[in-house]
Design a protein around this ligand. Sequence first.
Ligand code: AMP
Ligand code: FES
Ligand code: ZN
Ligand code: ZN
Length: 313
Amino acid sequence: MKCKKCGQKAAVNMPQHRLALCKEHYLEWIPEQTERFIRKYRMFTYADRVLVAVSGGKDSLSLWDILWRLGYRADGLYIALGIDEGIGYSAESQRLTEQFAAERGLRLHVVDVRAETGKTIPEWAALTLRGREKPCAVCGLVKRHEMNRIARDLGYDVLATGHNLDDEVAVLFGNTLNWAVGYLLRQGPVLEERDGLARKVKPLCRFYEREMTAYALLRGIEYIYEECPFSVGSTSIQYKEWLNQLENERPGTKLSFYLSFLEAKEKGLFARPQEEGELHPCRRCGQPTSAPDLCAYCRMLEKAHPIPAEQVE
Ligand code: AMP
Ligand code: FES
Ligand code: ZN
Ligand code: ZN
């Protein structure tokens, strides 16, 4: 295989795009494409302050690297979840994230869930779920809350996450199996700001997972190889395996499934007069919620420390 641009030996072959590139041209191509997606979906401009949620994994660190190289005003946010599971998962991902920021002189905010809430994610899961389920739902809730809080309190214009095409297609597949119209309506490269919920964007949503792995490796980014230990056996990993089988048979299937979905949405396929339940501020933390009084995050906190009525307005 030869690089399409210079004819040298190709480092990455992408049959789904009928494109092969050498290392140098690949490292140029990914940021160029990212820039194109940022403009196409009107994600943000050079004037905006972007908060990149970084987990220490290949996708979010590569995203931060790309935005920095493109010259965007991008700071990082790392949420220390307190997940150890014998491999020091959170400690190692935090170390790699801090090292990445220091090497490039980038600004990183670190939020420690234990310091914020008194417990780690596995401890919250043990308390609220009594060990019956995996902590992923509790973890997702806390991550969303903290990302939104920091973006809002520190005045960022937009929150960017490292979701790649494989992530998006797995979610799309799950939502389609259930015809979860409400979720389908909200899925896409941009989620507009709504009643105090930060604007969210996914600049990597059109890159295959293997394209991001290749970028991180060729760029020499040190990232955590392990997936979260709790993700083992999850439905989304199962979906990803099935989708990979489809992709192997027919290269391009994942991308066309996602792009056709976006096109169908654009044409109004899912646009039905849908009551977007009213949001109002949570009594305790002030973040928007559809629940009548406390948001799901504060209801979780209350299980450990009931909030005295006079503390809240
Ligand atoms: P995941 O749900 O683990 O696939 O992560 C999806 C995206 O959420 C990542 O690409 C990051 O942008 C963000 N994210 C995940 N974990 C963290 C974390 N601990 N701190 C900050 N951002 C995170
Ligand atoms: Fe949150 Fe795995 S439980 S990242
Ligand atoms: Zn080349
Ligand atoms: Zn709340």
